[in-house]
Design a protein around this ligand. Structure first.
Ligand SMILES: Nc1ncnc2c1ncn2[C@@H]1O[C@H](COP(=O)(O)OP(=O)(O)OP(=O)(O)O)[C@@H](O)[C@H]1O
Ligand SMILES: [Mg+2]
Length: 322
C-alpha cells in the first residue's frame, strides 16, 4: 500500500500563550484596547512602548493581577485553555520589579524557594529543600547564600534568588516587567543575560517588558510594540528594531541615544492634543509625520505581512528611509 503523504510542516507551532483582543478599562476608559499577540514555547518576546502604553497592565492580565477597579475582556489562553489561578506560580511565573521587597526579610532564601515549591505540589520538606538548593545553584548561588537571609546578600545575589524562585516550579512562561530597572547598566545586562539563559535552559518562554530597546535587541527573539493600548507592530526583534514599518516604532528608535540605526525619524513629544479616549482614528496620528485624513478617521487594524504585523495605514516599506 502506498504510504500516505506526509503532513505538510506547519509554518509555526501552536502558541504557548495566546492573548486575543485583550481590553482593560477603568470606569469606562480603556487603557488596553484590543491587544493581540502570542508567545511561542521557549522564545523571548519583548513588550516595548512609551510610558502609559499598557505594557504593565497587559503583563498583569497574564498573571491575573490587574487592579481591582479594572474591567477585563478578551482571552488569555495557555496552550489553548483559559489561564486559571492554579497556573500562576506553577505554569506562569513572575519576576517582580523589586527583588529587595520580593523576598521575605525574615526567612532564609532556600526556605522561601522551598515554600514556593510546596505551595504548588505536595512535597516533603527535604524534597522541597533539595529542589530549592538545585534552583539556587543553577543561578550561581551556593549553599552559603541559600542558607542566608536576603539582607546578607548583595543586590545582584538577591536578583539571582528571585530568578531561581520564579523557575523553581518549572514554569512554561516567565513574565518579567522591567525586572532590572533598579540596577546599574552593567548589572542589568548580567541579570538579563542570566534570566534569558536560565529560561532557555529550563525551556521556559520569557515575556520581557522593557523600556530599554538596546537590551531588547540583544535579548528578545520577537518584539511587540505597544502604543496607546494597542499593538502597533509585532515581529522578529532583528527586523522590527532595525527596519520598522510603523512610524511609531521609527519614532521610538529615534529616541535612542546611541547606535547607528539605518531608519530613524524623530518622534515628536505628545503635543498637548492627545487623542481623546474613544476618538476615531489612529492614536498616533497627531504625532505622525505620515498621517492623512484616513488616519484621523479610521483606526488601523493589525495586518500581517510575512510574519510581521503592523497597524498602520501607511507603513514604511522595507528599504524606505524615514
Ligand atoms: N489602577 C489604575 N487605575 C486607572 N488607570 C490605570 C490604572 N493602572 C493603569 N492605568 C492606566 O493605564 C495606562 C497604562 O498603564 P500601564 O501601567 O500598563 O503602562 P506602562 O506601559 O506599563 O507604562 P510604564 O512604561 O510607565 O510602566 C496608564 O496610562 C493609566 O492611564
Ligand atoms: Mg509599566
Amino acid at each position: 500500500m502506498p504510504k500516505p503523504p506526509p503532513t505538510p510542516p506547519r509554518s509555526r507551532p501552536e502558541p504557548l500563550l495566546t492573548v486575543d483582543g485583550l481590553r482593560i478599562s477603568f470606569s469606562g476608559t480603556e487603557a488596553v484596547r484590543g491587544v493581540t499577540f502570542e508567545v511561542y514555547a521557549g522564545e523571548v518576546l519583548a513588550l516595548v512602548g512609551e510610558s502609559g502604553a499598557g505594557k504593565s497592565l497587559t503583563a498583569r492580565a497574564l498573571l491575573g493581577m490587574v487592579p481591582r477597579a479594572a474591567t477585563v475582556t478578551g482571552r488569555v489562553l495557555l496552550r489553548g485553555a483559559p489561564v486559571t489561578p492554579a497556573d500562576l506560580g506553577r505554569r506562569i511565573a513572575r519576576i517582580p520589579q523589586d527583588a529587595q521587597s520580593a523576598l521575605s526579610p525574615v526567612h532564609r532564601v532556600e526556605d522561601q524557594l522551598a515554600l514556593a515549591a510546596r505551595s504548588v505540589r505536595p512535597l516533603r520538606r527535604a524534597e522541597a529543600r533539595a529542589l530549592a538548593r538545585r534552583a539556587l545553584a543553577e543561578v550561581g548561588l551556593g549553599p552559603e547564600a541559600a542558607a542566608a537571609r536576603p539582607h546578607a546578600l548583595s543586590g545582584g545575589m538577591r536578583q539571582r534568588a528571585v530568578i531561581a524562585t520564579a523557575l523553581v516550579n518549572g514554569p512554561e512562561l516567565v513574565v518579567a516587567d522591567e525586572p532590572t530597572t533598579a540596577l546599574d547598566p552593567e548589572r542589568r545586562e548580567r541579570i538579563l543575560t542570566l534570566l534569558r539563559e536560565r529560561c532557555a535552559d529550563a525551556g521556559a518562554a520569557l515575556l520581557l517588558v522593557s523600556h530599554d530597546l538596546e537590551a531588547v535587541r540583544r535579548h528578545a527573539d520577537r518584539v511587540a510594540v505597544l502604543h496607546a493600548g494597542r499593538v502597533a507592530e509585532l515581529g522578529p526583534a532583528a527586523r522590527v528594531l532595525t527596519r520598522p514599518a510603523a512610524p511609531y516604532t521609527r519614532g521610538l528608535l529615534a529616541a535612542l541615544p546611541t547606535e547607528d540605526l539605518p531608519h530613524r525619524s524623530r518622534l515628536p513629544a505628545p503635543d498637548g492634543t492627545p487623542s481623546v479616549p474613544g476618538a476615531p482614528g489612529c492614536a498616533f496620528a497627531p504625532r505622525c509625520p505620515r498621517a492623512t485624513d484616513r488616519c484621523r478617521a479610521e483606526e488601523p487594524d493589525l495586518r500581517t505581512a510575512a510574519g510581521h504585523r503592523v497597524a498602520c495605514h501607511h507603513p514604511y516599506t522595507e528599504g524606505e528611509a524615514a
